[in-house]
Design a protein. Structure first.
Length: 211
């Protein structure tokens, strides 16, 4: 009785890899790389915004000091250190030493900033070289403060209704017996524009109206 020889088992040849898994892995790596770049840029943007806000907050105090300095130059009662008289004795004419202009310069940009304070290259005017930190204490070695005062008039000279924007001061709430004929004089407005240059090329602008 003849027996059949068992057939030899042969392993099947390996299937050819088509590279699909590698292609998907590359796509995933690219997506992760883009996500990482977006995250880094988002963090950088957030850090920049926070830094700008911090610089802006830091410029408020020097700007307030500049407003006080301008008020002290205009009004005697606002400057306790100069009781002999106002540092601007005549408000009808310009006084470059105090950054004072007797009329509106009519050079504002869309933000309402005068030409002399819009750019650093405009600081050649001698009236804007005054450093607030030199007279009111240090505000930081990297901080520069400049301001200018403009009387809200169309021309220099005496302040009249035709020349200036006049408004009488607010009277008292009560009445005084025997003083019914008392009239308060009309006074012009004075606009104070301040520029604060801080570190890393940051600049802040502040305006205040005085009368």
């Amino acid at each position: 009785m003849s027996s059949l020889k068992p057939s030899l088992l042969r392993a099947a040849p390996p299937a050819r890899q088509r590279g699909v898994v590698l292609f998907i892995a590359l796509i995933v790596m690219v997506a992760l790389s883009l996500a990482a770049i977006a995250l880094i840029r988002s963090v950088d943007t957030t850090t920049t915004v926070i830094g700008n806000l911090a610089f802006r907050q830091a410029s408020i105090l020097p700007a307030n000091m500049a407003v006080e300095e301008a008020a002290a130059a205009l009004f005697v009662d606002a400057d306790p250190l100069h009781t002999a008289g106002s540092r601007i004795p005549s408000r009808d004419s310009n006084l470059p030493a105090e950054n004072y202009f007797a009329f509106w310069q009519n050079s504002d940009d869309a933000r309402g900033i005068p030409l002399m304070l819009q750019k650093r290259t405009a600081f050649d005017s001698a009236s804007l070289r005054k450093m607030i930190d030199a007279s009111l204490g240090p505000v930081g070695h990297q901080t520069e403060v400049r301001y200018m005062i403009e009387r809200m008039c169309v021309a220099a000279g005496q302040a009249t209704n035709a020349n200036c924007n006049l408004l009488p001061p607010t009277g008292p709430f009560g009445t005084t017996v025997g003083d019914s004929s008392l009239t308060l004089p009309s006074v012009p407005y004075y606009r104070v524009t301040i520029r604060v240059d801080g570190p890393q090329n940051t600049a802040s602008f502040v305006q205040a109206m005085l009368r």
